[in-house]
Design a protein around this ligand. Structure first.
Ligand code: AHM
Ligand code: MG
Length: 421
């Protein structure tokens, strides 16, 4: 890596200093056409294929029974009442099975550590003066909360020290960042460090979301690269479709801290035991119920939605359609919380496009694609109303898409309105 580029990249990931200053040192906006992705993004290499989603056939048969609060992995009965099945144990067993390699384990562990740290910050936010605005807006024009900024730094620090991450892209950063400290693995990690942060000051659930991609050709940063070339490679490398994800997950900071993840072979949930400081397996192979009569949409926007989505919503509320009992509304306004409930109880979460924002609000790379990978792995579905989310090739790092996600039958019912319009 050229000296100048090296220095700049290092500055980006290691400085806790103001982000605007860091960004300008490596990725001048003019050079990078606002994070627009090159269309020549290279498909994930064969290593990725070993941990790709199960075939549709496999998913289709897994439609029943939500597994909640299982004491330990179904594959390992506790030998002693004091035995706990932790995330670390689970990762080691997956490594033994060959589902993932040591490098990916290391990246996942570093994310789990970041989530522990954020969980603690969230819990103490009111006490340690971490509520309120940071005083800046992110590239998408949204006011950043103090905790948005801090959580972003925590994620970046943990990923950097894993030594296995080549590029990171965050909701809170204008452009992807090349991680100087990587010496192996070179994984690409996309994340929203603190989703739903408008809820923070009221002590309501928030969460982190992430996705991990394998490195592709676009990510090979050469010593000779100048900063512009290097950053363009970073942008290209993160713009992969969700179906290439190796791992995705979220961590919910609520009455408990619950980390839920998939590595392409089912979905597992771990609850942070505050007494031992470890994530303990509590949700073994989560399955979204096939149907569920709960919807989570911001209905305040209903008059701005497409008529097909309005018709759909009216049909959910009409008791005559549902044997006298219409659907129930539940909306936290925190995707991780609303999605976690949908995973366990069934139903649908939706953020449609509207007259003002044609593609809605949620971001493809670090919100919609990771959540859709989880949904599909749990037997559910993720759609824009017209296409499968995991099939979309991102054009921009912060690209938005409409999202309808949850129980398979519920998403199909929504599509019966939106696809025929
Ligand atoms: P954020 O990433 O800026 O926090 O925005 C995403 C959040 C989601 O968690 C939530 O579902 C949605 O925005 C709520 O938006 P709205 O307030 O428009 O209903
Ligand atoms: Mg978000």
């Amino acid at each position: 890596m050229a000296f100048a580029a090296q220095r700049s990249a290092q500055a980006l990931v290691s400085d806790a200093a103001p982000r605007a200053a860091s960004r300008s040192s490596v990725c001048p906006r003019a050079l990078l056409s606002s994070g627009r992705c090159l269309q020549k993004a290279v498909p994930a290499p064969s290593a990725a294929k070993s941990v790709q989603p199960l075939s549709n056939g496999s998913r289709a048969v897994r439609t029943q029974a939500v597994a909640v609060d299982a004491p330990a992995s179904s594959s390992a009965k506790p030998k002693s009442q004091y035995e706990v099945f932790t995330l670390t144990t689970w990762l080691l067993k997956e490594e033994q099975k060959g589902t993932i390699d040591t490098e990916l384990c290391t990246v996942i562990s570093s994310i789990a550590l970041a989530c522990k740290q954020i969980s603690s910050l969230v819990q103490r936010a009111g006490i340690s003066n971490l509520t309120g605005l940071a005083g800046a807006a992110n590239v998408q024009g949204e006011d950043q909360k103090k905790l948005d900024v801090v959580s972003n730094e925590v994620f970046a620090n943990c990923l950097r020290s894993s030594g296995r991450t080549g590029v990171i892209a965050s909701e809170e950063e204008e452009l992807p960042i090349a991680v100087e400290e990587t010496y192996s693995g070179n994984y690409i990690v996309v994340f929203d460090p603190l989703d739903g942060s408008s809820n923070i000051d009221a002590g309501i659930s928030v969460g982190s979301i992430w996705g991990i991609y394998s490195p592709n050709e676009g990510c090979t940063i050469e010593e000779m690269d100048d900063p512009e070339t290097m950053m363009q490679k970073c942008v290209t490398s993160v713009c992969q479709p969700g179906r290439s994800l190796l791992c995705s997950g979220y961590c919910l900071y609520s009455s408990s801290t619950i980390l839920v993840l998939t590595i392409g072979d089912g979905v597992y949930g771990f609850t942070l035991d505050p007494l031992i400081g470890e994530y303990v397996l509590t949700h073994d192979r989560i399955q979204i119920p096939e149907s569920g009569k709960i919807y989570a949409f911001n209905e305040g926007n209903m008059d701005l939605w497409d008529p097909s989505v309005q018709e759909y919503m009216k049909s959910l509320k009409n008791p005559d359609n549902w044997g006298g009992k219409p659907y129930s509304a539940r909306y936290i306004g925190s995707l991780v919380g609303d999605f976690h409930r949908t995973m366990l109880y069934g139903g649908i979460y939706g953020y449609p496009g509207d007259k003002k924002n044609l593609n809605g609000k949620l971001r493809l790379l670090y919100e919609c694609a990771p959540m859709s990978f989880l949904a599909e792995q749990a037997g559910g579905a993720g759609s824009t109303g017209s296409v499968r989310v995991l099939d979309i090739m991102p054009e921009k790092v912060h690209q938005r898409v409409p999202l309808f996600i949850g129980s398979k039958n519920e998403v199909e019912y929504l599509e019966s309105f939106t696809k025929s319009s």
